[in-house]
Every structure is written in C-alpha cells, then in structure tokens.
Design a protein around this ligand. Sequence first.
Ligand code: PHE
Length: 344
Amino acid sequence: MKERLQQLKEEALQQIQSSEDNKQLQDTRVYYLGKKGQITEVLKGMGKLSKEERPVIGQLANEVRDTLTEALEEKDAELEAIKINKQLREEAVDVTLPGKPAQNGGPHLLMEVIRDIEDLFISMGYQVAEGPEVETDYYNFEALNLPKGHPARDMQDSFYITEELLMRTHTSPVQARTMLAHEGRGPVKIICPGKVYRRDTDDATHSHQFTQIEGLYVDENVRMSDLKGTLNALAKHLFGEDREIRLRPSFFPFTEPSVELDISCKVCGGEGCSVCKGTGWIEILGAGLVHPNVLQKAGFDPEKYTGFAFGMGPERIAMLKYGIEDIRHFYTNDVRFLKQFHKA
Ligand code: PHE
C-alpha cells in the first residue's frame, strides 16, 4: 500500500507538471483526489491493515494529499500567469501607430461676419443690443410707422403666432425697444445682430430664417452726411478700400428719406457683369434717417433729436465677400463648406 501511494504521488506530480491548461489540471485533481479518485480507492483497503500499520498509512496518505494539493495550486497559479501574459501580449496597443487626428471646430462663417461688423461698430462707440425673436405686432410694425393695414406690411411676409404676436421679420423692433429704454434722452448708439423670420419659400437666395444687423444712432444734429460717412467706413472695412459707394433713393416706412447702399462691383470693375446684373453696382443694405413718427412713438422729441438707422443681412455680405452662390449653405452645416472658412 505504501508503494502504491508513493507511486500514485509520483505519477500525479508528473501529470500536474505536464498539464497545459486549467481544464487538464482540474481533471487530474478529480482523478487522484476526487471522491472516487485513486487515493480514495487505495484507502478503501485500510480495513485489511494491522492496528500498527493503519496510522502510518493514514499519515502517508495525508502527506500525499497535501503535497498534491500544493502542487495543484502552484501549477494553477503558473497556468493563470501564462494565460494573463499571453492575453497582455495579444491585446497590446502599439503606441507607435499614428493616431486619428482630432477635428477642430471653429466659429460659423456667419458668426465671423457678425463679430467683425460688431467689432467695427464697437470701435466707433456703439453698444451691442438685443431683442426678442418672438415679437409683438406693436414693436415689429406699429412702432415703426407701419399701422395695421399699411400696404408696406406686405413687403415682409410674416409668421404670426397670434393676432398680436409674430416671429420678428427684421431687427428694427430693437430700435423702438432701445429708444424707449433711454426715456427720451440721447445719444442712442447701438448695433443689433439677431435672427429674423419671413414666410418665404427657401431657395438659393431666400430663407425663412436668416440674420440681420441693425444699426441706430440718435442724437442732436445727426445728419445724412453722418450716415453716409458711417456706411462708407463699413463698406470699405468689409470689401476693401478700393470700393466706391453710392446711396440710391428707396422707401422704408420707418425712415425718411430712405436709401439703399450700393458698392461698386469688383468683378467687372463697373463695366457690368452677372454679379452686378449689368449695373456695375451691388446692393448691400437699407438705411435712412429715422422717421419723426418713430422717434415720437419711442419717446424722443423729433424737434430736438434726429437719427439714422440701417439694416443689413450678414448672409448677403458673406455671399458677396466669399462668392457663395446658395444661402442654404449657411444652414445645412456641411463640414466641407464650413471648414473652408476656419482661420486656423
Ligand atoms: N428693416 C429693414 C428690412 O428688413 C432694413 C432697414 C433697417 C432699413 C433700418 C432702413 C433702416 O428690410
């Protein structure tokens, strides 16, 4: 029996050593140490032993069991370590491989144009003002000398929410709001960028939502020549020192007289081409001297104060400046379009 136990021990140790995975190791454990395993089989013969031999064999059997258990544990740890190392090798990241470059965002072209114009006017002493996009009929029209039923309301097809509320069709209501806040005391010198809405069918040159920048200067003795000088500075800042400007008579209910600002066409140098529609001039914005009715409604004395106002579309300016042929490019957010205008 002694020999049999020794023999089993040697045999088992060898098998443990040569095991290649945990499954094999587990099978070996069951085969030798399990309830119906080899050692147990041997011990079944204990009954036949003499009183003296029994404790000796018992002790030996325990030793064999301890030795094997220890060997199994060691081997198990060893196999586990091999497995982990293999996994680490296989899943290793090659840090020398080139990475995916991060895509940098940047301000939208429209924001760039708006900020550029804001900066110019801030440098001339203007403040930036804002107003609500959901506007009352009063501020959008009435306060601007456009009473209900006035035919000029048709110039700006509107999205009405209720009888009295609409999406503002222009940034001009901010003129009235700001003047009221000044309680009849000048000067008022503001620039007002923002979104506006019109019931238009979207195409290459129309959008139901676009942006505008409004300007307003009210003080004593503000004259047409002040407006002209300001617009001249704006046109040259935006399109270059070599551009000529001209003011062409126009009509807006909230200004009198009203003008439109044209700049000379750079594409043809005044000869006439498709960009300037053969005229040599390109229309940029609407402007004029603030109508006395508008001053009065906003609490300013038209005998004492005069002013000028202008309104322009940053989309139109960007389209002319960068040769963009479709207004929808501003809103569809195709990165290929947008990233052409990122500075860095
Ligand atoms: N609000 C006018 C428009 O949207 C533009 C404008 C503003 C004209 C201020 C004159 C003075 O067409």
